[in-house]
Write a protein that binds this ligand. Sequence first.
Ligand SMILES: NC(=O)C1=CN([C@@H]2O[C@H](COP(=O)(O)OP(=O)(O)OC[C@H]3O[C@@H](n4cnc5c(N)ncnc54)[C@H](OP(=O)(O)O)[C@@H]3O)[C@@H](O)[C@H]2O)C=CC1
Ligand SMILES: Nc1nc(=O)c2c([nH]1)NC[C@@H]1CN(c3ccc(C(=O)N[C@@H](CCC(=O)O)C(=O)O)cc3)C=[N+]21
Ligand SMILES: [Mg+2]
Length: 282
Amino acid sequence: MIINGKEIALKIKDQLKNDVETIRENYSRMPKLVVILIGDNPASLTYVRNKERGCDYIGIESEIIKHDSSFSERQLLEEIEILNNDETVDGILVQLPLPKHISEEKVLNAIAFDKDVDGFHPHNVANLFLGQNSLVPCTPKGMLVLLEKINYDLDGKEVVVVGRSNIVGKPVALLCLQKNATVTIAHSKTKDLKKICSRADVLITAIGKPKFFNHEYIKDDAIVLDVGINRDENNKLCGDVDFEDVKDKVKAITPVPGGIGPMTITMLMQNTIEAFYKRNGG
Ligand SMILES: NC(=O)C1=CN([C@@H]2O[C@H](COP(=O)(O)OP(=O)(O)OC[C@H]3O[C@@H](n4cnc5c(N)ncnc54)[C@H](OP(=O)(O)O)[C@@H]3O)[C@@H](O)[C@H]2O)C=CC1
Ligand SMILES: Nc1nc(=O)c2c([nH]1)NC[C@@H]1CN(c3ccc(C(=O)N[C@@H](CCC(=O)O)C(=O)O)cc3)C=[N+]21
Ligand SMILES: [Mg+2]
């Protein structure tokens, strides 16, 4: 089965659209997301455009602030402080990666944790670690929602996550653990990756290497969640998994595009609405 992330995301967006309608009838202002983009990385531009489209569809206000790559760390921190104090702003997202002269750590710390719709602030990271979920990172949250939508129960299952980034690998591993999966986190120093991946009932790939995982890495009837967004030799969008090579042996797989990506965008909208309610005592 191919998991149609785009279609599932659209259904959730329609529910969120209804929530926003209710907000329109009951509050004097609408949820608002501000995205800050520094530099002109073409992939970042695509994601930011998708975020704006998502907001427009659901009825959330959005503002995209673009700066060129010479924008300083101090200027960025000042801008974040202004947005933190702006009562009309519910969500603040600073697109990663940042230029080298800007400290990611300082920037993520500076965003008010109750507006941190990415879930990257240490306060929200700690809550996730402790199982007191507040604003949860969008890509990991989207993956768990997809599994729910296909009625897949993680209880007692073997999950292998390949990749240990703060934005995907680590948080998705924690969420799977919360759902009683037995979780392995693999990375570039892992020995015998094929053997470890072949154990997985659910394989989550987040390494950023086009078509890296072929059938030798995947158990029959496994579920594969492919987070990678890459370009293949023909400059076509592809995941970390060699989709054509594995699609007939798996139970289910997310395609790229149209899998995890649209879910990420939708969870960002959901987090913005959640932040709106929390900040308005909802
Ligand atoms: N669909 C979506 O919504 C999203 C997609 N992405 C995409 O997902 C991918 C991963 O993103 P992100 O988590 O930020 O990536 P990072 O580059 O931050 O991390 C990559 C991870 O993969 C590991 N890795 C790299 N090569 C190998 C290898 N050959 N074998 C095993 N492990 C390896 C690295 O190991 P080590 O730690 O040892 O270096 C690292 O932990 C990218 O393609 C990105 O574009 C990202 C976010 C959202
Ligand atoms: N602060 C921050 N938060 C992020 O969540 C964040 C980030 N920085 N930096 C980059 C990664 C990557 N990411 C994606 C979002 C949407 C799609 C997406 O919409 N994908 C579509 C289309 C992809 C395309 O056309 O390029 C799909 O897969 O179908 C992909 C990837 C969020 N990230
Ligand atoms: Mg940096």
